[in-house]
Design a protein around this ligand. Structure first.
Ligand code: GAF
Length: 395
């Protein structure tokens, strides 16, 4: 019987040499290279990306890595260091939306999307390793896609820039994987930089790196993974997106990005009650992103707590994408010392973030663990993150 794989969240990651050695053992011979891409935390700006609005995510120091070697034919052989699926073999010309299963959807989706762009993708052998927790709202799937597209862009000599890679991975997610997601996650993974958040205008992909360092302010950013697993290919994400599109149509704008906080009163008379609340979340969230960027520059991270709290309340009450575990994590973190907390990512499960004075980190951790135990919830996984480098070749 196989031993159960160690949970991703607690795994160390093999060094690039170890990954290359494992590749050689599984496939025979050395890989052409090793590429890595990080997961992300979104500081603020949720469900604004597909409304052509603003987001402020950062790349984290948890990464997906791929060791890849070009083959002389059009076969693809895929293996991961976790799970027990064994080598999955397929052919490039047989890739169709819906044809792949499990984690292989992500690398194969990227290959499919590149071919759809007219890029001649070579057959490859590929070994994946990742320590981005799966289903935790930290974008484990985009980390895989961004590592793979970085590798293939180079190996195929495609010469895509970050903007084009963002669009190709979005197409892989939307059409091949079937998740109607926006462009935030892959933008953070591809454009991330140590010590910075990525301030992205999702209308034109204009990106600016914004310094975000918690240490000098004696703060830590805690991630509380509730272990409530979610998928954006389920109906909740798509139905929120549909509400936003309906709201924009009724209000006569191209996207909700074009609605300002001052327009909300008038909008309330034009929209049904639920659509209005969805619209209000997006409009106020865009405004909170802009305020966060300004406050980070003028006063530093210690000033953004109330905006994080307001963002969570808006997602809980107006957008209705939180869940009891996320609310408990956020409320407990706040009452035990965090200066601001919110769920992060698409919602319906996953993780919360809590900006916490370093001196109170243990108190917050203990309080959250205790509250989860008392509520009868699964024990959460709690760890700190800081902004890390984006996707790159590491060997
Ligand atoms: C998920 C999606 F992938 C992003 O595009 C974004 O919409 C996010 O949910 C919500 O802000 O992570």
């Amino acid at each position: 019987m196989n031993a159960a794989p160690e949970p991703l969240a607690t795994r160390g990651q093999p060094g690039t040499k170890d990954l290359a050695a494992r590749f050689a053992k599984e496939f025979g011979g050395a890989p052409d290279g090793v590429w890595q891409a990080p997961g992300r935390v979104n500081l603020i700006g949720e469900h604004t990306d597909y409304n052509e609005g603003f987001v402020l995510p950062f790349a984290i120091d948890r990464t997906a890595r791929v060791a890849v070697r070009v083959r002389p034919d059009s076969a693809v052989r895929l293996l991961s260091t976790y799970g027990d699926q064994g080598v999955v073999s397929t052919a490039l010309d047989s890739l169709r939306p819906g044809s792949a299963k499990g984690w292989t959807k992500y690398p194969l989706g990227v290959m499919w999307a590149l071919q759809e762009r007219g890029i001649e993708v070579p057959g490859v052998d590929l070994l994946l390793d990742s320590n981005v927790p799966l289903g935790a709202g930290l974008s484990s799937s985009h980390a895989i896609e961004c590592a793979v597209i970085s590798a293939l862009n180079e190996l195929a000599g495609a010469g895509l820039d970050a903007e084009e890679m963002v669009l190709a991975t979005q197409r892989a997610e939307n059409e091949f994987v079937g998740a109607p997601t926006g462009i935030m996650d892959q933008s953070a993974s591809l454009r991330g930089s140590e010590g910075h958040a990525v301030f992205l205008d999702c209308r034109d992909q204009n990106a600016r790196l914004v310094p975000f360092e918690t240490q000098p302010a004696d703060l830590v950013l805690l991630v509380i993974d509730t272990k409530v697993s979610h998928s954006h290919a389920d109906g909740g994400y798509a139905s929120r997106r549909a509400s936003c599109e309906l709201g924009a149509e009724v209000l006569g704008v191209k996207a909700l990005r074009d609605v300002q906080v001052g327009d909300l009163e008038e909008a309330s008379g034009l929209l049904d009650e639920v659509t209005f609340r969805r619209v209000r979340h997006v409009v106020t969230e865009n405004d909170r992103v802009l305020q966060t960027v300004e406050l980070l520059a003028s006063e530093g991270p210690g000033a953004i707590g109330p905006l994080l709290d307001a963002s969570h309340a808006s997602m809980r009450d107006d957008f209705e994408i939180s869940c009891p575990e996320l609310d408990l994590a956020v409320d407990t973190a706040r009452t035990s010392g965090a200066i601001g907390a919110r769920m992060t990512g698409g919602g319906f499960g996953g993780a919360a973030i809590a900006l916490t004075p370093a001196a109170l980190e243990q108190k917050v951790r203990d309080a959250v663990v205790k509250a989860f135990a008392e509520a009868g919830y699964r024990a959460p996984d709690i760890f700190t993150v800081s902004p890390a480098a984006g996707a790159r070749r590491v060997a």
